[in-house]
Design a protein around this ligand. Structure first.
Ligand code: PMP
Length: 388
């Protein structure tokens, strides 16, 4: 072992001692209500496949047909020869669906956020971010070199205070999750949008967990709150969750999107998504709009869970979304609860610092339209056992 390895090994041991060590499990099945793991079938409550589209036959069919036609790899970046017909059509359909002038594909949501923020903001500018924003939004802000200010979670008054230091004419951006990924609650978007307009700041909303789930036709938080392009100039959506595929988009005005094409390093210097993923995502986009029943069912499951959990005396977060965390406090407690559930054949992930604040480790339960009421009852039964 080299000296560096020894040093790293010691740091890894410390993580284990603090119950902060992370490990992976190998899955032998497609995403779905049940996952095959370690030779066992377990009931899955930790996937972001909110609408149950990750293994949908029509999505798979589009993927296969496009792979037959276009092969697997896209061959290069979008600005070289990787921008295919399927990518282009998906961008146009996303722009149309979101009511934005343009949409631009990115290979992951992480890259979309880095690229949109760092492509538009630079040294001398100022960025305001919610304390509970996703890591990719925070990293984008730091990468940009702009002055970086975090405001208290969903606290408009605190944001206003932070904005008082803004210089006249200074470029400013407010950045927020639409649905907060570890708490499940939604951003106070109409207020944020009004404040952004009043202060001349750009507003970026990352609706990774709301798109497809919220809004009458699945348009996410901007549809639910009826916010136009002028009110939310930069809208980010990801495909790895409700769409059941992979990748992401940023939607906004012609000028903003063209600027990202010219300036966004995570757009320019990376290989385009496989065209078959774009084709599969086009089918997901159609299903996501047409299958309103998936949202209705998901909402019924969420309501059923919340009623049952309240009856058990479990402390819930103010979340109406598919993300329903149960805060347990110390990491060890969350790890033990997750292990106890797994013993009963139920997989719920334990979320620990630094993903969440110290002392707020939790079980992060996520629901999918693929679940049935009986699955939720099974989860409630197991939670009753561990909460005693
Ligand atoms: N934004 C949020 C709010 C997320 O939760 C995630 C992923 N968990 C991302 C962005 C990153 O998306 P991707 O997985 O496509 O990189």
């Amino acid at each position: 072992m080299t000296a560096k390895d020894k040093q790293l090994q010691q740091a890894l041991e410390e993580l284990k001692q603090a119950d902060l060590y992370r490990s992976r499990r190998v899955i032998d099945s497609a995403q779905g209500v049940y996952l095959q793991v370690d030779g066992k079938s377990v009931l899955n409550f930790c996937s972001n496949d909110y609408l149950g589209l990750a293994n949908h036959p029509e999505v798979i069919k589009s993927f296969k047909e496009a792979a037959d036609r276009y092969g697997v790899g896209s061959g290069s970046a979008h600005l070289v020869c990787g921008h295919g017909r399927e990518h282009h059509a998906l961008e146009e359909e996303l722009a149309d669906f979101t009511g934005r002038e343009r949409a631009l594909l990115f290979s992951t949501g992480y890259m979309a956020n880095l690229g949109a923020i760092a492509g538009l903001m630079a040294k001398g500018d100022v960025i305001y971010e919610d304390k509970l924003n996703h890591a990719s939004l925070l990293d984008g802000g730091l990468l940009s070199g702009a002055k970086f200010k975090r405001y208290l979670h969903n606290d408009l008054h605190n944001l206003q205070l932070k904005m008082q230091g803004q210089e006249a004419g200074q470029n400013a951006m407010i950045v927020t999750d639409g649905v907060f990924s570890m708490d499940g609650n939604v951003a106070c978007l109409p207020d944020l949008s009004a404040l952004a307009e009043q202060q001349g700041a750009l507003l970026l909303v990352d609706d990774a967990h709301g798109f497809g789930v919220l809004g009458q036709s699945g348009g996410g938080i901007v549809e639910q709150c009826q916010l136009t392009q002028a009110q939310v100039p930069l809208l980010v959506g990801t495909f790895g969750k409700a769409f059941g595929t992979s990748g992401a988009f940023v939607a906004g005005s012609e000028a903003l999107i063209e600027t990202l094409i010219q300036k966004s390093r995570t757009y320019i210097y990376t290989t385009a998504l496989p065209p078959a993923i774009a084709a599969a995502t086009r089918t997901s986009l159609k299903l996501l709009q047409a299958d309103g029943w998936r949202r209705d069912k998901l909402n019924q499951l969420i309501a059923h869970f919340r009623r049952g959990a309240e009856q058990l005396g479990l402390e819930l977060m103010p979340s109406e979304s598919a993300i329903q965390p149960i805060i347990l406090g110390e990491s060890q407690k969350a790890m033990q609860a997750s292990a106890a559930l797994l013993k009963q054949g139920i997989w719920v992930s334990a979320i620990r610092p630094p993903t969440v604040a110290q002392g707020s480790a939790r079980l992060r339960i996520t629901f999918s339209a693929a679940h049935d009421i009986e699955h939720v009852d099974q989860l409630l039964g197991a939670l009753a056992g561990i909460s005693q």
